[in-house]
Design a protein around this ligand. Structure first.
Ligand SMILES: CC(C)(COP(=O)(O)OP(=O)(O)OC[C@H]1O[C@@H](n2cnc3c(N)ncnc32)[C@H](O)[C@@H]1OP(=O)(O)O)[C@@H](O)C(=O)NCCC(=O)NCCS
Length: 185
C-alpha cells in the first residue's frame, strides 16, 4: 500500500490516508481523549490520556523511526478523523508479528474508514513479511469483530474478566490474529 492515497467516502467527501507526521501531535492529543469518551472499547477510560503535545510528538518521532511500526491517519476536510497503527516491538522473539489498533471518531463510524485503515495495515504487514498480525478486542465490540473477521482474523483465545467497563462490570477480551503464513510452517 503506497501512502498517501485519497478516495471518496460513501457521502462523497474526500478522504486522504497518510502516514502520521510529528506535526500531527496536537491534533492527535485532541482526537485520542475524544475517542476515549465516545467509545467504551478502547484501552483507556475517559480522562486517562495524559500525554502533552511534546510527549506525543516524541512518541510519533519514535514510531516514524521504527521500521517495525506504522502509524497512519485519515484526514477529511483537513481534519484528522481516524488513526490506526501497528507495531512489532523490539524483541527478536516477536518481531515476526505486530499488534493492530484502529480508532475512528464517532461522527465517522460506518463510513468505511475502519475498513480502509485496517486494510492498509494488513497490507503493510504482508509487504513487510510478517507472519501474523494480532489484536485485542472486547467481546461485545461487534462492529470491530465483524470488521476483523472480514480480513481473515480468527479468535485465538479469550482473557476472562479482562477489562473494566464504565458500568463497573468486567469484560472478556478476545485475542485475534491474522496469519499470513501457516503457524506451523
Ligand atoms: C470499530 C471501528 C474501528 C470500525 O470502524 P468504522 O469506520 O466504523 O467501520 P466501517 O464503516 O469501515 O465498517 C467496517 C465493517 O464494520 C462492520 N460494521 C460497521 N457498522 C456496523 C454495525 N453498526 N454493526 C455491526 N458491524 C458493523 C461491518 O462488518 C463493516 O463491514 P462492511 O464494510 O462490509 O459494511 C470504529 O467503529 C471505532 O473506532 N470504534 C471505536 C473504537 C474501537 O472499537 N476500536 C477498535 C478496538 S479493537
Amino acid at each position: 500500500m503506497a501512502f498517501p492515497f485519497s478516495y471518496r467516502l460513501s457521502d462523497g467527501r474526500c478522504c486522504t490516508i497518510r502516514i502520521v507526521t510529528e506535526e500531527d501531535a496536537a491534533e492527535l492529543c485532541a482526537l485520542v481523549p475524544r475517542a476515549d469518551i465516545e467509545s467504551d472499547f478502547l484501552n483507556r477510560l475517559p480522562g486517562e490520556f495524559d500525554m502533552t503535545v511534546q510527549q506525543e510528538r516524541e512518541f510519533l518521532r519514535d514510531r516514524l523511526a521504527d521500521p517495525g511500526a506504522l502509524q497512519i491517519v485519515a484526514e477529511v476536510e483537513g481534519k484528522i478523523v481516524a488513526t490506526a497503527g501497528a507495531s512489532s516491538g523490539k524483541l527478536q522473539r516477536y518481531v515476526h508479528q505486530a499488534e493492530l489498533g484502529v480508532t475512528v471518531l464517532k461522527d465517522y463510524w460506518g463510513c468505511g474508514l475502519g475498513r480502509r485503515l485496517t486494510e492498509s495495515i494488513v497490507d503493510w504487514g504482508r509487504a513487510k513479511g510478517l507472519r501474523k498480525m494480532t489484536l485485542h478486542v472486547f467481546v461485545d465490540n461487534e462492529r470491530a469483530i465483524s470488521l476483523y473477521l472480514s480480513f481473515g482474523f480468527v479468535e485465538e483465545g479469550r482473557l476472562k474478566g479482562d477489562g473494566l467497563r464504565r458500568d463497573g462490570s468486567y469484560s472478556d477480551t478476545i485475542l485475534m490474529a491474522k496469519h499470513y503464513v501457516e503457524p506451523d510452517s
